[in-house]
Unconditional design. Sequence first.
Length: 254
Amino acid sequence: MIVVWVLVAVAILAIILFFASVRVAREYERGVVFRLGRLIGERGPGLFLLIPFIDRAVRVDLRTVTLNVPPQEVITRDNVTVRVNAVAYFRVVDANSAIVQVENFALATSEISQTTLRSVLGQVELDQLLAERDQINDRLQGIIDQQTQPWGVKVSVVEVKDVEIPGSMQRAIAQQAEAERERRAKVIAAEGEFEASNRLAAAAEVISASPGALQLRYLQTMNAIGASDQATTLILPIPMDLLAALRPGGEGSG
């Protein structure tokens, strides 16, 4: 009877040890195994075994993580205070380094993202921050990725989301934009007047070279004036060139 109880106890103990030693890692997970505190290596995905009470496994998720960088107060190079937030996408590419080299890789990535955001944006002017967003994003991504590489973390994308500008600066930007639009309108109007004056000068040369063309233009103008519904009195100025042409012996008399 005692033997039976011993066998039952051994069987129960074996079952407990078996379940204590079995681990299952999903496709996107890895298990970092430590044996008596010493790093053994990665395990998974799938089923792997541990030595009970000797081995310890730390799960690491290899999926891409979305990191929202909190809003940061930044003073740009032209001394404008703005409030900027960003988003970063990163994932673990080396599970061993992510556990051994840094205490909390997610927190460390967040902190380095905040400090890098303030540092990089403090080196650009406000106009660059608003107009050259893609170049700034690439620069942020490169710097942060270089800092997190020893931790086995790959930062793939960094995007500046919102840029909050003080109200006084917004009004100044609006005034600047309005002044720029007025300048462009004046330039376009001046260019139009210049082109029109050139066309008029060319037309005057053609008309002056042909008296017949002057008479035709005169008749067209008189016709346009007479066709107006509001015209009640019609004054017909007769140019001297036309009178000279109608006098006996003048041009056009036969």
